[in-house]
Design a protein around this ligand. Structure first.
Ligand code: HXC
Ligand code: NAP
Length: 299
C-alpha cells in the first residue's frame, strides 16, 4: 500500500491496541500496516505462524512500532483464549478487534461435501463469533470500551451463488454486528463491518478466480468505476471505523465496492455458464493453492 494515501494524521491511533485475525496476508496485512503507520500497537494471527512472523518483522522494519504475531486457529476456542490471555498479560487489554480471517472457494453447491461446507463455516461463522465472544466478555468484565469491525462482503444483502457457505456465514456475522451493536452498546462496545468489492489478494484470487481472472474476478471491467479497489481506500475506511473520532457509528455495514453491488449484484452469478470441465479445472487449481498454504501451517 502507498501509505502516503492514508487520509488521517500521524499518531491518530496511538492509544489503540488492535488484533487483526488473518493479519499476516492480504487485506489484514494492509490494515495492519495502516494502523501501525498511524501509531497503533497491532497484533496479528493466523495458522501459518511463520507468515505472521515475517509480516510483523517486515512492517516493523518499515515503520517501527509494535506488531506482535501469533500462530492461532480461530476455529479452536481454547487457542483463542490462550492468545488473548497472552495479549492481556504481556501487553494490556485490546481496544479493538478486526474480524478479517476467512476461508472461501468457488464451487457449485451440489459439488460441496459437508466437510467443504464446514471448512468455510467453521472459520467465518464460528471463528468470528468465538473471537468476538472471548474479547467482548473481557471488555464487559473489565468495564472497558472496545470496537469490533468484521470484514464481510456485499453478498450479505443479496446472496452469493457459487460461494454459498461463505455468503451464509458472512450474513450471520452481519446479523451478529447488528445484534451486538444494540445488546452491548450499553457497555461502550460498538460493532461495525465493511463489505469490500474486489480488492486483489493472492489468497482470494487463488480461490475465487483460479482461471487467473479470465472471467470471474476480472470484474473491475464490470465495475461502474471500471477498476478494482485500491488498498489505501479500504484501509482509510477501516481507520475511520477503528480509530477515534467517529464513535457514534454503531451497527453499520459499509460497502466499498465502486458501486458494483448496486450495478450488478456483485456476486458470482455469471458462473452459471461454466461447463463441467471449467469446474474441474477450477477445483484442481484451488486445491493446489490450498495444499501450498496448508504446508506452511504451524497450528
Ligand atoms: C469443492 C473443496 C474445494 C473446491 C476444498 N474443498 N476446495 N470442495 N471445491 N474448490 C473441500 C475439500 O475437498 C474438503 O472436503 C474440504 O473442502 C476441506 O478441505 P481442507 O483443505 O481440508 O480444508 P481446510 O484445511 O480446513 O482449509 C480451509 C479452506 C482453505 C477454506 C478449504 O481454502 C483455506 O484455508 N483458506 C483460507 C484462505 C482463504 O480462503 N482466503 C480467501 C478469502 S476470500 P472433503 O470432503 O473432500 O474432505 C473471501 C471472499 C472474497 O472470503 C470476496 C471477493 C468479492
Ligand atoms: P487472504 O489473504 O487469504 O486472508 C485470509 C486470512 O485468514 C489468511 O491470513 C489466513 O491465514 C487467515 N485464516 C484463515 N483461516 C484461519 C483460521 N482458522 N485461523 C486463523 N486465521 C485464519 O484473503 P483476503 O482477500 O485478504 O481476505 C481477507 C478478508 O477479506 C476475508 O474476510 C475475506 O472474506 C474478505 N474479503 C476479501 C475481498 C477481496 O476482494 N480480497 C472481498 C470481500 C471480502 P492462515 O491461512 O495462515 O490461517
Amino acid at each position: 500500500m502507498d501509505t502516503s494515501k492514508l487520509m488521517f494524521r500521524d499518531g491518530l491511533m496511538k492509544d489503540e491496541r488492535i488484533l487483526i485475525t488473518g493479519g499476516g496476508t492480504g487485506l489484514g496485512r494492509e490494515m495492519a500496516e495502516g494502523f501501525l503507520k498511524l501509531g497503533a500497537e497491532v497484533h496479528i494471527c493466523g495458522r501459518r505462524g511463520g507468515v505472521c512472523e515475517e509480516t510483523a518483522e517486515e512492517l516493523m522494519s518499515k515503520h517501527g512500532g509494535k506488531v506482535v504475531p501469533y500462530a492461532c486457529d480461530i476455529r479452536v476456542p481454547d487457542a483463542i483464549s490462550d492468545m488473548n490471555d497472552r495479549i492481556w498479560s504481556a501487553h494490556g487489554p485490546l481496544t479493538g478487534l478486526m474480524n478479517n480471517a476467512a476461508g472461501n472457494f468457488i464451487s457449485r453447491t451440489e459439488d460441496l461435501s459437508i466437510r467443504g461446507f464446514d471448512a468455510i463455516a467453521n472459520i467465518v461463522f464460528r471463528g468470528s463469533f468465538y473471537m468476538t465472544h472471548d474479547i467482548g466478555k473481557r471488555w464487559i468484565e473489565q468495564k472497558l470500551k472496545g470496537s469490533v469491525c468484521s470484514i464481510l462482503t456485499t453478498w450479505v444483502w443479496n446472496g452469493g451463488p457459487f460461494v454459498v457457505p461463505s455468503a451464509m456465514s458472512k450474513a450471520a456475522i452481519n446479523t451478529m454486528t447488528q445484534s451486538l451493536a444494540v445488546e452491548w452498546g450499553r457497555y461502550g462496545l460498538r460493532f461495525n463491518a465493511i463489505a469490500p468489492g474486489p480488492f486483489p489478494t493472492k489468497g482470494a484470487w487463488a480461490r475465487l478466480s483460479p482461471d487467473s481472472g479470465s472471467s470471474s474476478m476480472e470484474r473491475g471491467v464490470a465495475n461502474p468505476m471500471g477498476r478494482v479497489g485500491e488498498m489505501h481506500e479500504l484501509v482509510n475506511l477501516a481507520v475511520l471505523l477503528m480509530g477515534p473520532g467517529c464513535e457514534y457509528i454503531n451497527g453499520q455495514t459499509i460497502a466499498i465496492d465502486g458501486g458494483m453491488y448496486n450495478a450488478s449484484g456483485g456476486n458470482f452469478s455469471a458462473l452459471s455458464a461454466w461447463t463441467d470441465e471449467q469446474w474441474a479445472a477450477a477445483r484442481a487449481a484451488i486445491e493446489g493453492a490450498n495444499a501450498e498454504d496448508k504446508a506452511k501451517r504451524t497450528v
